[in-house]
Design a protein around this ligand. Sequence first.
Ligand code: AMP
Ligand code: MG
Length: 231
Amino acid sequence: MKVGLRCKVLQCCKIHTRKLLNHCTKDMAGNNREQQFKYLLILDFEATCDKKNPPLPQEIIEFPVIKLNTRTLESEAVFHTYVEPDVHPKLTPFCTELTGIRQSQVDGQPHLTDILNKLFPTWMKEQGLLDPDNTSIFVTCGDWDLKKMLPSQCSHLKLQRNDHFRKWINIKQAFSDVTSQYPRGMMDMLRKLDIPHTGRHHSGIDDCTNIAAIAKELIKRGHVFKQTSYP
Ligand code: AMP
Ligand code: MG
């Protein structure tokens, strides 16, 4: 074989091997489609509540976010804090019963103002999520967290919401795109996807873990996540 030809064959093999490796990596994650976002930021607030109506203003008491890599399908980092309410710092027995969050877990914890102004932006920066190459978007179960809860508390506290809280993906919509069935809620999606529920329902961090499992399964089934909120 002429030297030039051998070089070409070797080069071709290298390219093929690289392609094969890329292919294998994608296959291992079960994720063959190019995603628009490098990271999904799974978010699920818990808030003050009572049997009939929530205390007004309703206030966030748990603020968890899981950073999910859409290529490797790994949960790379977690932001998690309980939150001390400003207006009604005493949780109702109903709220503790529903969420599992005890009074001692919110007493002395950061207030929402500190989280939005300092703690969460610091985490976003540390995680490289402010880098324009590391595209990310919040994912919630329904629209309540970012359409209602956060805006209403921010307006009560006269706080500016960062722009990244203004767009999100409602995973129920993504689920419906894949299965052609609009789900009732998180438990319904888990059941229909045959994913075991882990932890306690209505614990924010456990809900995030379960929503992340749903997101992974939808990616494995070929879903490309797209923003569902409209500014
Ligand atoms: P979830 O993300 O479904 O755990 O719910 C978020 C928040 O909605 C809870 O922390 C409560 O403030 C409120 N919530 C959810 N389910 C109920 C319920 N059955 N009764 C009253 N409030 C609820
Ligand atoms: Mg929840």
